[in-house]
Design a protein around this ligand. Structure first.
Ligand code: NAD
Length: 506
C-alpha cells in the first residue's frame, strides 16, 4: 500500500462545469488488476454529490442552450469529440487496458469503437427529417409528430467495457439534445472521467455533461430514484438492473436496461466438415469464450455442439485454450489480461468448483496460473477453462459466470440444438455455425436472443440495435432505436381554421 500515499487524489466529480472533490472528502484508490496496486485516486461521491450534479443537469436542460441548439451544431460537436478520441487513442487505450485489465490492443480497439459511436449518432441526427407530417384528413389541419429530448438522463455503466458502454449512452443522449449525469463503475472510472474532459474541450456548454464517481448503492441508487431524472439508462448485472428498475418505478421515469447474458454458441457438424471450417469454428469458439477473459456480456460461454464432432472439437479447443498467453495487458505478446478484481476471480472459482462437484469434466484451466515476469503474483489471473459434459441443471450453465469459462453441451438434432440454446432466462446474443444456409436462417429465426451471429461471433455494428430478450434487458442501444430511447415523442396538431364545436348547447 506504500504506493497509494504517493498518488495524489484527483477531483473527479464534474457538476455544472466545475471539477470538485466529494462533499464528504472521501476518495477511492483505483487498482491495476494485473498487480492489485493502486495507480490513481479518485473522489468517492455519494447522494449529496449526485444531487448537486442532477441539479446542474436539470438547470442546463431547463435553461441552457443545448436542447435547442440546431442539430447540425450538435452533430458537429459530436464529430469534434470523435476527432479528440482519435487524437488521444493511444493514451486512452492504455488507460482502459490498465483500468479494466485488457490488452493495450483491446483498449485501442475500444477507443476506435467509441469514436465510431460518436460519429454514427452525429450522422444519424444530422440526416433526419425534423418531424413526420400526418394526414389529418383536412387541409385546415396541420399535424406533425416530432421527437424532443427526454430531459436529464442518468447513466450507470459497468467495468468490462467502461468507455464503450458509456459512449453508447452519451453519444445518443447528446445527439438528441439531453443533459446527463453519468456514474461509471466505481472500480473503472478513469476513461469516463477522461471523456468528460474531452466533451468540455469540444465546447459542450456547462452543466450538460456531469459525472459522479462513486458506488452503486449510493450514487447509482440516487440517480435511479431522483424525481428530476427523466430517464435512467443502466448497463450491468441483472440483479443491479432490477434494483434500478424498482428505485425508478415511483417516479415513473423511463428505464433502459442492458443486462447480463448466458450466450449459446451452437456448432453443427457440417460447419466442421472441412479442415478449414473446423479450424475457423474452433478459433472463433475460443475467441467467443475467452476474449477479455470472458468478461463480456455477449461471451459465447455455452458451447452447444453436435455430438458427432464433440470430442475432436473440444480436444482442439482445450489445447488452444491452454496456449493463451496470460499477463499484464501492457506487456508485449500478452493475449489475455487478468480478471478485474479479486471478487470477480472468487466468483469464477466458485462456479468452476460447483461445476466439478456436479459432474463437469475439466479439459483445460480450472486454476490460477503460476506467477511469471508478465504475471505478477498479486494479479487476478485465472486460466482459460473448458468444462466438458455439462448439462442444463448445472449452475455454471444457467448463471452468468463472467469469466474465462466455457461449458460444453451436446445435441443430436436441430430441434434439440434450438431448445438448448433457448433454455436460458437471458437472451442477449448467440452464434450458429453451419454450412447449410437454410438451416442457418431457420435456426437464427427460432433463437430468442437480441443478436444472432451466423458463422461469426462478437461483431456488432453501431447502426444495428443491441440489446436483450428476457432478463438480458429492456430497450435497445445503438441504431435508430438507441437514439429513440433518449427522446420523447410529441404530436403537434394545429387547426388553421378554428371554429366553435358546439358540443354543449348553452
Ligand atoms: P454491476 O451490476 O455490479 O454494476 C454495474 C453498475 O451498476 C456499476 O456502476 C455499479 O456501481 C452500479 N450499481 C450497482 N448496484 C446498483 C444499484 N443498486 N443501483 C444503481 N446502480 C448500481 O455490473 P458489473 O459487475 O459492473 O458489470 C458486469 C455485468 O454487466 C455483467 O452482468 C454483464 O453481462 C453486464 N453487461 C451487459 C452489457 C449489455 O450490453 N447487455 C454490456 C456490458 C456489461
Amino acid at each position: 500500500m506504500a504506493e497509494s500515499t504517493e498518488l495524489q487524489a484527483r477531483e473527479t466529480i464534474h457538476a455544472g462545469g466545475k471539477w470538485r472533490a466529494a462533499t464528504s472528502g472521501a476518495t477511492r484508490e483505483i487498482l491495476d488488476p494485473a498487480d492489485a496496486l493502486p495507480f490513481a485516486v479518485v473522489s468517492e461521491g455519494d447522494e449529496k454529490d449526485t444531487d448537486l450534479a442532477i441539479a446542474a443537469a436539470r438547470r442546463a436542460f431547463d435553461e441552457g442552450p443545448w436542447p435547442h441548439t440546431p442539430v447540425t451544431e450538435r452533430a458537429a460537436l459530436l464529430r469534434r469529440v470523435a476527432d479528440l478520441l482519435v487524437r488521444d487513442r493511444e493514451k486512452l487505450g492504455r488507460l482502459e487496458a490498465q483500468d479494466a485489465g485488457k490488452t493495450v490492443e483491446e483498449g485501442r480497439v475500444d477507443i476506435d469503437c467509441v469514436a465510431d459511436a460518436f460519429r454514427y449518432f452525429a450522422d444519424l441526427v444530422a440526416g433526419e427529417a425534423p418531424g413526420r407530417v400526418v394526414d389529418a384528413g383536412s387541409t385546415d389541419i396541420h399535424s406533425v409528430v416530432v421527437h424532443e429530448p427526454i430531459g436529464v438522463c442518468g447513466m450507470i455503466t459497468p467495468w468490462n467495457y467502461p468507455l464503450l458502454q458509456a459512449s453508447w449512452k452519451i453519444a445518443p443522449a447528446l445527439a438528441a439534445g439531453n443533459t446527463f449525469v453519468i456514474k461509471p463503475s466505481e472500480i473503472t472510472p478513469m476513461t469516463t472521467i477522461a471523456v468528460i474532459e474531452l466533451l468540455v474541450e469540444a465546447g459542450l456548454p456547462d452543466g450538460v455533461a456531469n459525472i459522479v464517481t462513486g458506488p452503486g448503492h449510493s450514487v447509482g441508487a440516487r440517480l435511479s430514484e431522483h424525481p428530476d431524472v427523466d430517464l435512467v439508462s443502466f448497463t450491468g448485472g441483472t440483479v443491479s438492473g432490477i434494483k434500478v428498475a424498482e428505485a425508478a418505478a415511483p417516479t415513473v421515469k423511463k428505464v433502459a436496461l442492458e443486462l447480463g447474458g448466458k450466450n449459446p454458441n451452437v456448432v453443427f457438424a457440417d460447419a466442421c466438415a472441412t479442415e478449414e471450417g473446423f479450424d475457423t469454428a474452433v478459433d472463433q469458439a475460443l475467441n467467443a469464450a475467452f476474449i477479455h477473459s470472458g468478461q463480456v456480456c455477449s461471451a459465447g460461454a455455452r458451447l452447444i455442439i453436435e455430438e458427432s464432432v464433440r470430442d475432436r472439437f473440444v480436444t482442439e479447443l482445450a489445447r488452444r485454450a491452454e496456449k493463451i498467453r496470460l499477463g499484464r495487458g501492457t506487456e508485449d505478446g500478452v493475449e489475455c489480461g487478468p480478471l478485474v478484481s479479486e471478487q470477480q476471480r472468487a466468483k469464477v472459482e466458485m462456479y468452476v468448483e460447483s461445476a466439478l462437484k456436479e459432474g463437469a469434466v475439466l479439459r483445460s484451466g480450472g486454476k490460477r496460473p503460476e506467477p511469471s515476469p508478465q504475471r505478477p503474483e498479486d494479479g487476478y489471473f485465472y486460466e482459460p477453462t473448458v468444462l466438458d459434459h455439462c448439462h442444463r441443471e448445472m449452475r455454471v450453465v444457467r448463471e452468468e459466470v463472467f469469466g474465462p469459462v466455457v461449458t460444453v453441451e451436446t445435441f443430436r438434432t436441430e430441434d434439440e440444438a434450438v431448445a438448448l440454446a433457448n433454455d436460458t432466462e437471458y437472451g442477449l446474443a448467440g452464434g450458429v455455425w453451419t454450412s447449410d444456409a437454410g438451416r442457418a436462417r431457420r435456426v437464427a429465426g427460432r433463437l430468442r436472443h437480441g443478436t444472432i451471429w451466423i458463422n461469426d461471433f462478437h461483431p456488432y455494428l453501431p447502426q444495428a440495435e443491441w440489446g436483450g430478450f428476457g432478463k438480458s434487458g429492456v430497450g435497445r442501444e445503438l441504431g435508430p432505436a438507441g437514439l429513440a430511447e433518449y427522446r420523447e415523442t410529441k404530436h403537434v396538431y394545429q387547426n388553421l381554421a378554428p371554429k366553435p364545436v358546439r358540443w354543449f348547447a348553452g
